[in-house]
Design a protein around this ligand. Structure first.
Ligand code: AMP
Ligand code: GLY
Length: 424
């Protein structure tokens, strides 16, 4: 079967590697892909928001299944565009992807269906938001309503920071139209866990847990990023926590979306905070996480394509998801300066050190081939070095050792990915 993946980051590289492993896949395309994905798929230079060109390409090549990676095209309705053209697609329709596309929507959904989350208010007027903040308790969390590359969240420690934040989001439009509306919510403390789940609209089956590190610098300092590293499983996500979440979060979310006429088919990503009052939802995403996918899929025993087809056909209940009894750590190698200003086009060396090494992978996030055929940096997050291990400590040691196998100018990484493992 011919499969096409939409996207060009580390998540899509991990998805492409899993797709390539499937015995059923005879041809793999990726649009636009990157220099790493090129090793397992034919990359086509079409952007993820070029819906008409993507659909035309899939038709021309008689693609049997399309897998959409990123949030922007899903929220924009790319799955609908493929479906309307009669092409099978894995990823939620626009009316379901709104669970990620609008934080106001997802908060209202959770409130309506009693799904545990932080207390909140929605504002579409900056003055009203500022007035509200004058009587609020700090710290407090401001969130741009729409998509903002995972960066539209501000944690404010006092009134002045919060007023500045409202200005940044709603008046200066730092995150563009994502800031037309804003959620202000209660600050929660606890361990964060990411749980990704396959969904067929009715049934939801969770994958193994993971934890991301969103801040740019060691010790969770610096700006929020798209993710600087992950580990899986989370030792804090116990069987008891899982049982609670299955009953009060995952299935209720599936049922709520169905009740709203927004059947969710695809991967639902639940960002959870394990608070003293129990697990609560921080956010939903309508897709695989990045870089969670880079530690979750390498541990999955199932044929990923089988599971995705079961989701599309509404027979996920027949599938048992299975994961290796091991652990994985992914350390992101970024360009110094990310998530703000950084250079691109810097040559990368040492990638060949990963070939043939079982239990190691280097997922390309922002890379491309330059005119001379050299692989160069092409984004803030450049590579994700993933290693497996018998346990988390071993996986972490392996991953950090492997970060030394590749070099590029301005290479930057956090040195404390998985530090929480030591506290478990
Ligand atoms: P989000 O994009 O909504 O997941 O937010 C990004 C990050 O901001 C989360 O991973 C948390 O670390 C933090 N965050 C978001 N909402 C809250 C909250 N209500 N309380 C504390 N931290 C939060
Ligand atoms: N790692 C967080 C995300 O994918 O949004």
């Amino acid at each position: 079967m011919k499969v096409m993946i939409i996207g060009g980051g580390g998540r899509e590289h991990a998805i492409a590697v899993s797709a390539a492993k499937s015995s059923r896949v005879t041809k793999l395309y990726c649009a636009p892909g990157n220099a790493g994905i090129e090793e397992v798929a034919e990359c086509v230079p079409i952007g993820v928001m070029e819906f008409e060109r993507l659909v035309a390409f899939a038709k021309e090549k008689e693609v049997d299944l399309v897998i959409v990676g990123p949030d922007d095209p899903l929220v924009g309705g790319l799955a609908d565009a493929f479906a309307e053209a009669g092409i099978r697609v894995f990823g939620p329709r626009k009316n379901a992807a709104i669970i990620e596309g609008s934080k106001a929507f997802s908060k209202e959904l959770m409130k309506k269906y009693g799904i545990p989350t932080a207390a909140y208010e929605v504002f579409s007027d900056a003055d009203a938001a500022m007035e509200y903040l004058k009587t609020a308790r700090f710290p407090i969390v401001l969130k741009a309503d729409g998509l903002a590359l995972g960066k539209g969240v501000l944690i404010c420690n006092n009134l002045q920071e919060a007023l500045d934040g409202v200005k940044e989001i709603m008046l200066d439009k730092h995150f563009g139209s994502a800031g037309n509306q804003m959620v202000i919510e209660e600050f929660m403390t606890g361990r964060e866990v990411s749980v990704l789940a396959f969904c067929d609209g009715t049934t939801i089956k969770t994958m193994t847990s993971a934890q991301d590190h969103k801040r740019a610098k060691d010790g969770d300092q610096g700006l929020n990023t798209g993710g600087m590293g992950t580990f899986s499983p989370s030792p804090f996500y116990t069987a008891e926590v899982d049982a609670f979440c299955q009953k009060h979060i995952y299935q209720p979310t599936m049922d709520a979306m169905k009740a709203e006429g927004r059947d969710f088919v695809g991967v639902l990503f639940c960002g959870l905070m394990l608070t003293a009052d129990g697990p609560k939802v921080l956010e939903y995403n309508a897709r695989f996480g990045d870089p969670e996918t880079q530690v979750v899929l390498p541990r999955m025993k199932n044929d990923m394509i089988d599971v995705m087809e079961a989701c599309i056909d509404g027979r996920l209940s027949e599938i048992t998801l299975e994961f290796e009894d091991n652990a994985a750590v992914c350390v992101v190698l970024a360009s110094e300066g990310y998530p703000e200003h950084y250079e691109k086009g810097l040559p990368i060396t040492g990638l060949e050190n990963f070939s043939g090494k079982d239990g190691y992978a280097v997922f390309h996030a922002g890379t491309k081939k330059d005119a001379e055929g050299r692989i160069v940096t092409n984004g803030g997050r450049v590579l994700g070095v993933t290693a497996l291990g018998a346990d988390l400590k071993q996986a972490r040691a392996n991953a950090y050792a492997a970060t030394e196998w590749v070099q590029f100018a301005n290479k930057y990484k956090r040195n404390d990915i998985g530090k929480a493992i030591d506290e478990a």
